[in-house]
Design a protein around this ligand. Sequence first.
Ligand SMILES: C[S@@+](CC[C@H](N)C(=O)[O-])C[C@H]1O[C@@H](n2cnc3c(N)ncnc32)[C@H](O)[C@@H]1O
Length: 339
Amino acid sequence: MDLLSTSAETLDAAIATAPSSPGIIGRSSFVTNSHHVAGLIHGDSATALKTLPNDTFNVAITSPPYFWVRDYGYDGQLGHEESVETYINKLMEVFDEVKRTLHPEGMFFLNIGDTYYSGNGQPHGSDPKCSSRNFFRTKMRPVDASGWDIPKKSMIGIPWKVAFAMQERGWTLRSAIIWNRCNAFVEPTARDRPHRQYEHVFMFTKSRFYSFDRSKLVEEDVWNIPIERSRRAKHNAAFPSELVRRCIEVGSPPGGHVLDPFVGSGTSIFTAIANDRNVVGVDMSPDYVDYIQSALEADRHKDISWENLLQRVKTPSAAWELWEGNKKNFRKPGKPKTE
Ligand SMILES: C[S@@+](CC[C@H](N)C(=O)[O-])C[C@H]1O[C@@H](n2cnc3c(N)ncnc32)[C@H](O)[C@@H]1O
């Protein structure tokens, strides 16, 4: 279906009757005070992304739920699968859609962390600093069950398993950025290993030739960015806005288009707006979606139709042609700019 030639009402009806519709609970769209657009879809990412047009977003950035690390408190959340393979397959369903909706020269920054295989045969300890981890105490997770083919207490290596699965599906892995979370909390139960201070941010591209504004890169592949402790919407796994800002700036022109399929407390939305980009975010948590929606209303951004929002993100930024990151404008060392 061509979403752009469809009226908002028809589109709503189409989504309501589409086979994949049970995944979408609601959506809202705003034109911001700086005349950009922000869209929010409440629902399951794999389904919600299917309603977005092809070849659109300059940059996607996200942090999906990690494997059995938190409980977001609702059915249908990712991260609670029976096996690592199923978890990765579920992520791939979402990321295939990210790839389809990404501009042919677009890039995808994926922040993902690891999980330990405990194999203890009983629930794990609790983390007093983080209520969303306390389900460990009573719930026996698959990573607590014995019988895996790796030694107990092993790191599973999920980030790289995901990266390899992405390569198999045609993504080009261009960088495995280390996000040094300089002020990371200590891990109270880790008495016999270093506490984890870094996470990966993989930089994938849809094709080998893509846009990238090197002039905006403030560090090479180790990014020293503290965690923000503000706990927006009580979300304790939120991105720091600086991390999002960097990805947005290297991956999109001013006025360009940003996507976050697991937007959580809305960092990508608020950072995109603050940096003059258009943005669409998806999340399945009613609490986070309510929080983002109220914050956008409180900032007095105005409602627009979903159809208008789609038209805006389908139109390239006015800055696209001249943007230094546009691959056409890359300067080869020692050579003038190519056509
Ligand atoms: C690590 S958090 C993202 C945090 C976000 N980067 C921020 O800055 O707040 C992962 C998010 O994925 C959401 N989520 C889990 N399963 C989902 C699904 N099937 N579809 C959409 N969102 C989902 C959770 O509600 C949670 O907000």
